[in-house]
Design a protein around this ligand. Structure first.
Ligand SMILES: Cc1cc2nc3c(=O)[nH]c(=O)nc-3n(C[C@H](O)[C@H](O)[C@H](O)COP(=O)(O)O)c2cc1C
Length: 381
């Protein structure tokens, strides 16, 4: 058994990440906004559902593949976008992109990635989506879209739940910034995380690879506060769709009316998400609002659930409620922070294996056969 094989589930990887990473880095991944109510509920909300398994279904030849925006993927899940992977481990986005490719699924690159759009595009042949934050500087936005299109990213993800940064209190308590500044407290925590610290000091440091040196000279928070455009609205989204002129996903929707409006405007997929509980606390868990959004959209666009997925059974609940696929970030970020590319691979492997086993147990051999009859919302019995 290799060391990584001892991590049997995503929570084991979380504990391993906590052990290896600098405290401010682990908390940046792990934390959420305000009282972290939404962060916690994103996952516990799956407890409100029962999977109604079929017996004697003869499900022994499992096929987990599906399509997403017309592209075949081997599993009904993919890597959601996350900023600055290099901060967690030197393998950074390269490690996660390779793990997604190995799993046969989509890798999404964040606007705020630490490896460039072009380098990730050239690294693997697997499908890639580019996630866009909208800056006040629309020239920069257009330039990013042009670069992503040119580099062959198949779809654009427009993140709309981030008009301003959420109130993540763990970060200022830890003195967190990107790039990290090391005061006495941070230096002390660095001593307690020697593997992370060594890797951080001797390898190339974290940078915003898609931004020019001038833009990146300020800390992430400063940049975010200065550049995020809280005035961005539906008309601007229409402009953006016209500029991109390709498959587009709207990320960070929890209301059926917003989902409907997005589809009417031309988005091809809706990511039901609250940014992993990092933005508006007390916003609903994606799984709780999923069905109402599926009903509002019908067959007009694909619906993706993103947030709180930690088990194969979570994936099956989301699919049974009508999602085409699920996205997640912390599972592979814990893996990356614990052991680089191998850890990200381990996260993908754990969820793939759990899903395969759970499909046999559910009595379903094809993803296309997962349907509403397989899940029931729990009532007190
Ligand atoms: C450390 C971290 C950084 C993130 N950065 C981004 C980002 O740059 N762009 C974005 O659209 N979402 C970002 N997200 C949100 C994820 O894409 C995703 O919506 C969320 O993490 C899903 O919840 P999960 O972590 O429980 O799977 C980030 C999440 C985390 C944990």
């Amino acid at each position: 058994m290799s060391n990584l094989d001892k991590h049997l589930n995503i929570d084991d990887l979380r504990i391993a990440a906590k052990r290896r990473a600098h405290r401010m880095v682990f908390d940046y991944i792990d934390g959420g906004a305000d009282d972290e109510i939404t962060l916690g509920r994103n996952t516990t909300a799956f407890d409100d559902y029962d999977l109604m398994f079929k017996v004697l279904a003869g499900a022994d030849n499992i096929d987990m593949s599906t399509t997403l925006l017309g592209e075949k993927i081997d599993v009904p899940f993919f890597a959601s976008p996350a900023a600055g992977h290099r901060l967690f481990h030197t393998d950074g986005e390269r490690g996660v992109a390779k793990a997604a490719d190995k799993t046969g699924t989509v890798f999404s690159l964040s606007t705020l990635s630490s490896v460039s759009i072009e380098e990730i595009a050239a690294l693997t042949s697997g499908p890639k989506w580019f996630q866009l934050y909208v800056w006040k500087d629309r020239g920069l936005v257009k330039e990013m879209m042009d670069r992503a299109r040119e580099a062959g990213y198949k779809a654009l993800i427009l993140t709309v739940d981030f008009p301003i940064a959420g109130n993540r209190e763990r970060d200022p308590r830890n003195g967190f910034s990107i790039p990290p500044k090391l005061g006495i407290k941070q230096a002390w925590h660095a001593l307690m995380a020697p593997a992370w610290s060594l890797d951080y000091v001797i390898r190339p440091s974290v940078k915003y690879a898609n931004l020019s040196e001038d833009t990146a000279a300020v800390s992430l928070q400063d940049f975010v506060y200065e550049q995020f455009d809280a005035g961005f609205n539906w008309r601007d989204a229409e402009w953006l769709l016209g500029e991109w002129n390709g498959p587009a996903v709207i990320k960070g929707v929890v209301r059926p009316d917003d989902a409907r409006q997005a589809v009417d405007l031309g988005f091809d997929a809706v990511m039901v998400s609250n940014h992993g509980g990092r933005q508006l606390d007390r916003s609903p868990a994606p799984v709780h609002v999923l069905e109402s959004i599926v009903d509002a959209i019908g067959a007009d666009a694909e619906v993706i659930l993103d947030g709180g997925v930690r088990r194969g059974t979570d994936i099956l609940i989301a699919l049974a409620l009508g999602a085409k696929a699920v996205g997640f970030a912390r599972p592979f970020l814990y893996g990356l922070a614990a052991a680089g590319e191998a850890g990200a691979n381990r996260a993908m492997h754990i969820l793939t294996n759990e899903l395969r086993r759970d499909m046999v147990l559910l009595g379903i051999d094809r993803i296309g056969n997962v349907n509403r009859s397989l899940v029931e919302r729990r009532t007190e019995r």
